[in-house]
Design a protein around this ligand. Structure first.
Ligand code: TXA
Ligand code: MG
Length: 321
């Protein structure tokens, strides 16, 4: 089916499409999601097919209030309760044992369900008007850069969905932090908007899944979040610029322009002392650079601290060949 995709701020129109088992792009504080009623198998199928996403890669469930967690999850442990109290609503996704009422298609047959209570007024308003939660992966084709504006969604999903609910540019700009539990330990499965230090201030030491061998979050592929243009992540911009002399280079940098490349081929993402702003601008800048027809996009690696570590994680995957 081909749609004449509309963009607007009409929450009731978004509800209308969702109620009739269509899919709609919604804003969240992290990135835009491609949303479907979790109880509608036809709608869930449309999400997988619009994204060209493998059926083995499950979807995060977005809820209107914390009560839903107890409807959807079998067992909410004490650490989970602490994290829920401290970070929801917000950019935290929690993996908990699923109840049977959730269709297996949503969790790709896995024993856990991923749940998140977003902090975006338009998403919250919409969710409160629905009788069901929304399954929503990021609203990009599988493997590509996530969208942080309604226009990004339109560029990638135009014609495939009836409606894009416009909530402006996403504040956080990178995806939620995904956590789960192993025995009595809290495990971070995806670095994201909430930092390790913020989590540890609430639950004590957490473990990074990259240090364990199990693949619990199947979407955490080595190559992901990628522009079509090759991307090089490097500490040494000067060397990289020299290495690619003669090529059309786009540069993503921080604090100030490099003197070695014309300014019009550079984007300053923000100051390194304000990494949240860098995260906010990251995907937009990657979208602009990818559309500009460069041979290579060079990006400067950030210090591996706080949100910088999450940004480096995304850039590492984006640069993976
Ligand atoms: O910020 C976000 O989390 C955004 C917004 C739209 O909420 N969503 C998002 O969804 O990033 P997505 O589908 O692009 O990434 C979700 C990740 C995938 O790696 C997926 O494999 C993992 O979460 N995941 C989802 N459900 C899971 C489950 N039941 N068990 C393990 N991993 C799960
Ligand atoms: Mg995604």
């Amino acid at each position: 089916m081909i749609f004449n995709t509309e963009t607007g701020t009409d929450i009731l129109l978004a509800k209308h499409y969702l109620d009739k088992e269509d899919i709609v792009a919604i804003p969240t504080e992290t990135v835009y999601g491609l949303a479907a009623n979790i109880f509608s198998e036809p709608a869930i199928k449309k999400v997988y097919s619009a994204k060209k996403r493998p059926a083995t890669n499950p979807l995060i469930i977005h809820i209107a209030n914390k009560e839903w967690i107890y409807e959807l999850a079998e067992d909410v442990n004490e650490q989970a309760k602490l994290l829920i109290d401290n970070f929801m609503p917000g950019p935290l996704t929690i993996l908990l044992p699923k109840k049977k009422l959730i269709p297996d298609m949503v969790t790709s047959g896995l024993p856990n369900v991923a749940i998140r209570l977003p902090a975006h007024p338009i998403a919250n308003n919409l969710l409160k008007q629905l009788d069901y939660p929304l399954a929503a992966p990021s609203a990009n084709p599988f493997g590509y850069i996530s969208p942080t504006t309604a226009q990004h969604v339109y560029d990638q999903m135009g014609g495939k969905i009836p409606y894009i609910l416009d909530g402006g540019k996403c504040k956080a700009g990178i995806e939620s932090t995904i956590i789960g539990f192993k025995e009595h330990e809290t495990v971070v499965y995806r670095l994201g908007s909430i930092t390790i230090a913020e989590l540890e201030a609430v639950v004590g030491k957490v473990i990074l899944n990259s240090n364990t061998k199990d693949i619990v979050a199947p979407g955490m592929l080595k190559k992901h979040y990628s522009p079509r243009t090759p991307l090089l992540l490097t500490q040494n911009i000067e060397d990289a610029l020299t290495q690619y002399t003669g090529k059309k280079i786009g540069l993503l940098t921080y604090d100030s322009y490099s003197q070695l490349l014309p300014y019009e081929h550079q984007i300053i993402l923000g100051e390194t002392k304000n990494m949240s702003l860098i995260a906010h601008n990251l995907y937009s800048a990657m979208h602009i650079m990818d559309a500009a027809g460069y041979d290579i996009i060079i990006v400067k690696r950030l210090p591996d601290e706080g949100i910088g570590r999450s940004i480096n994680d995304r850039l590492n995957r984006a640069s993976s060949l």
